[in-house]
Design a protein around this ligand. Structure first.
Ligand code: NAD
Ligand code: IPM
Ligand code: MN
Length: 375
């Protein structure tokens, strides 16, 4: 059978715990469905950084470029200043490989308790298509140094450059900071186009854009205009909803939307909200898709509050593994993983369900139970 080389960054906190279960399940799916996986393991994360000072060497990124996919747990650790590992590993990979779509399905599964009952029945099935390369994430920003109100900013960075160095200050010696957000036509078009194709595949005739042009008319007014045009090209209807109202509607009617397309920051927030509405961060899978290397990572973080306790729900990571299998072309195996997981949830005793759902099922026990159904 075929062999796939998959880069693996378990990362921090519960990352290694959930990636351990996922890896065993993907290997079992391979044995059953006639392919094998070779893991290329990378130690990047807090421990490695604190020991060596290294975050993510360019040589590793280069190597990963020739692999079939990347599986990542989560990065971020209370011992490390926020942003160092998150920007240095996660965002660097998303940007380097131009992974322009962050796909975040919010689906309900059997017996997963939902905080709000869907209005149209018991199922929830929304797909968040998050723009993944722009907005306030581009990394152009500055803050005043302590004791000085001046900021200066080297704007010649990455894909987006203003000319020269921007200098400024807050009046009266006030400390402060700023961060730039951008939207470019190609980036908006490609993610909206992706959303339209996804909606079509789901048999839907409209997508919904999370926006906020009332407060930020330049960037999100631009988004709305381009999205309108791109959706029309695909024969798709476009609903435009201010993101604050979208959050409000979602907590009252969690199954209101089919495909939600969102700029980077709103997509980050709305996808955590939808994860909560679908039963928890422990069931929310994710994929960063580009034309080159794609990365597969659950949407949750390293959850330092439960790391090492066995309470981490591995289901999000396992479903993320299923997305990985689908991406590399192993559709039958991907479906087998999702089916085994669904069967586990539907058939097991209440006490065996993950802790997140009110059971006593540890990360390991839940992983094992799903694995057994594949073999
Ligand atoms: P988080 O997603 O790690 O945790 C939020 C809450 O959800 C916590 O109470 C946690 O216990 C719970 N939770 C998350 N995953 C769970 C699971 N699988 N099972 C059961 N409960 C789960 O978000 P946070 O607390 O904001 O961030 C913690 C760290 O993770 C920070 O360093 C942050 O920067 C980082 N982070 C990384 C990623 C990533 O690598 N993709 C994503 C988000 C946050
Ligand atoms: C996510 C995370 C990241 C993001 C952080 C850790 C940089 O919250 O993957 O959702 O904001 O994209
Ligand atoms: Mn997030």
């Amino acid at each position: 059978g075929k062999n796939y080389v998959v880069a693996r960054i378990p990362g921090d906190g519960i990352g290694p715990e959930v990636i351990g279960e996922t890896s065993r399940i993907l290997e079992a799916a391979g044995r059953k469905h006639g392919f094998s996986l070779t893991w290329a393991d990378y130690p990047f994360g807090a421990d490695h950084y604190l020991k060596t000072g290294e975050i993510l060497p360019a040589s590793a990124v280069e190597e990963m470029g020739s692999m079939d996919a990347l599986l990542l747990g989560a990065v971020g650790d209370p011992r490390v200043k926020p942003g160092i590992l998150e920007r240095g590993i996660l965002l660097t990979i998303r940007f380097h490989f131009d992974q322009y779509v962050n796909l975040r399905p919010a689906k309900s599964y059997p017996r997963v308790p939902l905080p709000v009952a869907p209005k149209g029945g018991k199922d929830l099935d929304t797909l968040v298509v998050r723009e993944n390369t722009e907005d306030f994430y581009i990394g152009i920003g500055s803050r005043t140094e302590k004791g000085s109100a001046d900021f200066s900013l080297d704007t010649k960075r990455g894909l987006y450059s203003l000319e020269g160095t921007l200098r400024g200050s807050f009046s009266g010696g006030v400390e402060g900071a700023f961060q730039l957000g951008v939207a470019s036509e190609p980036a908006v078009r490609r993610v909206v186009a992706y959303g339209c194709r996804a909606a079509k595949a789901r048999g839907e005739d409209k997508i919904t854009l999370a926006s906020k042009s009332n407060a930020l008319p330049q960037i999100y007014g631009f988004w709305e205009d381009i999205a309108q045009d791109e959706a029309a090209r695909h024969g798709m209807g476009l609903g435009i909803v201010n993101v604050d109202a979208m959050c409000y509607h979602l907590v009252r009617t969690p199954d209101l939307y089919g495909v939600v397309v969102a700029p980077n920051m709103f997509g980050d927030i709305v996808s955590d909200l939808l994860a909560g509405l679908a039963g928890g961060l422990g069931v929310a899978a994710g994929a960063d898709i580009g034309d080159g290397l794609s990365m597969f990572e659950p949407i949750h973080g390293s959850a330092p509050d439960i790391a090492g306790t066995g309470k981490a729900n591995p289901i999000a990571a396992i479903l993320t593994g299923a997305l990985l299998l689908e991406h590399i072309g192993e559709r039958t195996a991907a479906k087998a993983v999702e089916d085994s997981l669904t069967a586990f949830l539907a058939e097991s005793a209440p006490g065996d369900l993950p802790v997140e759902f009110g059971g006593q099922g540890t990360t390991r026990a839940v992983g094992e139970a799903i694995l057994k159904r594949i073999q």
